[in-house]
Design a protein around this ligand. Structure first.
Ligand code: F6P
Ligand code: MG
Length: 481
């Protein structure tokens, strides 16, 4: 399929694409270097302090040396990127997709688009994460290391307020279950809250952390009714009613989540999924689709998925409220602070997550791959999500995935990157109908995209609205709001 518009690339200096290659990627790469450096430092201390046996010492010293070599490669990558040098082909590391990526790179190089400022954005960003993966896989001691893991877990811990608050909301829902069931209109109201929580959960992915402060994040995560209402004016395309009428037409249906980010967003995905299976008669199974390699900083991998449940169930994972940070915004502006943790919230959280764990055990919830799947595994279906391709040609490029989704009652694509792939990341006019932007994928299975805008591509927005926003000077296409 050939779209009538060209893909976003780095040639327009006013685009977010340009800011990405110029500023955001170098920061992301520097953060990885820092993480490895700190880990190496810990290893050095361990050697000095514990004076381990010769064998351990050998492993640890080798680990440090390999860590240094990876730092060097990432440093070189940063250098080449900043100078618009050609992308280096991915070395054969024994994991899937090397050939696919390199073949595409060769094609682009033949068109004179093989260097860091000339490649299309979508392709090069996917390439970058696969290339980084290869650096780790080619080592002995860092093979299964996820350079974003600490960052993911750390930010998850900092989401405790919103998490406890949501747990209590869900507990109250449980209490009113019978009253709710008596009138389907009630369910519709709650559906809207749940789907919006799931939408705004996407506002806080970590690849954006390079320009959002911790305060910004906490503000985006506030989940109270007022906060939701205040944000509803930010919803540019709202098909909630259509979605609800579609869902109410299902009977014991299956819903698929093509996941985006770990931590808080995944938590909100679980909450929405829980609502669908626990409170409605329409859905009886939810399948979650992860990425099999560290991807766009914060995307969910199988280890992230597994540890989300155990972290949420661990009494020690979230710091006590007394240690949770008050945001600078709350301190300086005299703003009304988010309601603090209620003592019973921890019980509510345990209650809810125990239900999820049960669902995972009895198959009501399922990960699309075995939950112990290691990073880099060659699962033909799951690997589709880390290809550099738009989803237009899913039927040909990922027939296994396509056939697996064909009978789904609803496929929910979470987040910005999925949206970019659904629309091919090309320069559609903002008022292009969503269906048109989907190309040949339209009509294959019911699709819902829940996305906060973090890239230049936009579709399905009224022309008048889009023009007004473009004129406003606000970075509405990518400020995540
Ligand atoms: O725009 C920033 C960015 O890194 C995009 O390149 C990417 O599409 C997006 O963030 C990732 O966001 P999400 O986690 O919502 O897919
Ligand atoms: Mg993401």
């Amino acid at each position: 399929y050939e779209a009538p518009y060209s893909p976003y690339d780095f040639t327009d200096k006013n685009s977010f694409a340009y800011e990405t290659v110029l500023k955001r990627w170098p920061i992301i790469l520097t953060n990885i270097i820092d993480t490895i450096y700190r880990r190496n430092h810990d290893f050095s201390l361990a050697i000095a302090e514990k004076d381990p046996s010769g064998e351990d010492m050998r492993i640890t010293q080798a680990t440090i040396d390999e860590g240094k070599a990876i730092i060097e490669r990432i440093g070189k990558l940063k250098y080449e990127m900043a100078r618009d040098r050609p992308l280096e082909p991915i070395q054969d590391d024994g994991e899937p997709q090397v050939e696919i990526y390199n073949t595409e790179l060769t094609k682009l190089t033949e068109q004179g688009k093989g260097s860091w400022f000339q490649v299309p954005w979508l392709f090069s960003e996917c390439f970058l994460y696969r290339l980084l993966r290869s650096y780790f896989v080619q080592s002995t001691h860092w093979k299964s290391y996820d350079p974003f893991l600490l960052q993911k877990q750390d930010t998850f811990k900092k989401s405790s307020r919103a998490i406890f608050q949501l747990a209590t909301t869900m507990h109250e829902l449980e209490r009113d279950k019978e009253k709710l069931a008596a009138d389907p209109a009630n369910l519709n109201v709650i559906f809207k809250e749940m789907i919006q929580i799931c939408l705004w959960g996407n506002a806080t992915d970590l690849s954006m952390l390079t320009h959002l402060s911790h305060d910004d994040i906490q503000n985006l995560q506030s989940v109270g009714r007022d906060a939701q209402a205040a944000r509803s004016e930010y919803i540019l395309t709202d098909d909630q009613d259509k979605v609800w009428s579609h869902i109410t037409g299902l009977k014991d249906g299956q819903v698929d989540f093509v996941l985006d980010n770990a931590g808080f967003e995944l938590f909100t995905d679980f909450v929405f999924a829980d609502f669908l299976v626990t409170y409605t008669p329409y859905v009886s199974k939810v399948v979650f689709h992860p990425k099999l390699l560290p991807w766009f900083v914060s995307d969910v991998t199988p280890p992230d998925f597994k540890s989300a449940i155990s972290s949420l169930l661990s009494p020690a994972f979230f710091p006590p409220e007394s240690e949770a940070q008050t945001t600078a915004h709350e301190q300086s502006e005299g703003a009304i602070p988010t309601p603090s943790e209620r003592p019973e919230s921890r019980t509510h959280l345990r209650e809810m997550v125990t239900r999820w764990a049960g669902y995972l055990e009895n198959g009501v919830f399922a990960l699309s791959v075995p939950i112990d799947t290691p990073l880099g595994a060659s699962d033909i279906k799951a690997n589709f999500w880390t290809l550099p391709y738009p989803y237009w040609n899913m039927a040909e490029l990922g027939p296994e995935v396509y056939n697996g989704l064909k009978n789904s009652g609803l496929v929910i694509f979470k987040g910005d990157l999925n949206f970019r792939k659904l629309t091919g990341d090309v320069r559609w006019p903002a008022w292009t109908p969503f269906r048109e932007a989907l190309g040949p994928l339209a009509g294959s299975f019911p699709i819902l995209s829940l996305r906060t805008n973090k890239a230049d591509v936009v579709v399905a927005v009224d022309k008048e609205k889009a023009d007004k926003l473009d004129k406003s000077g606000e970075h509405w296409r990518y400020n995540g709001k």
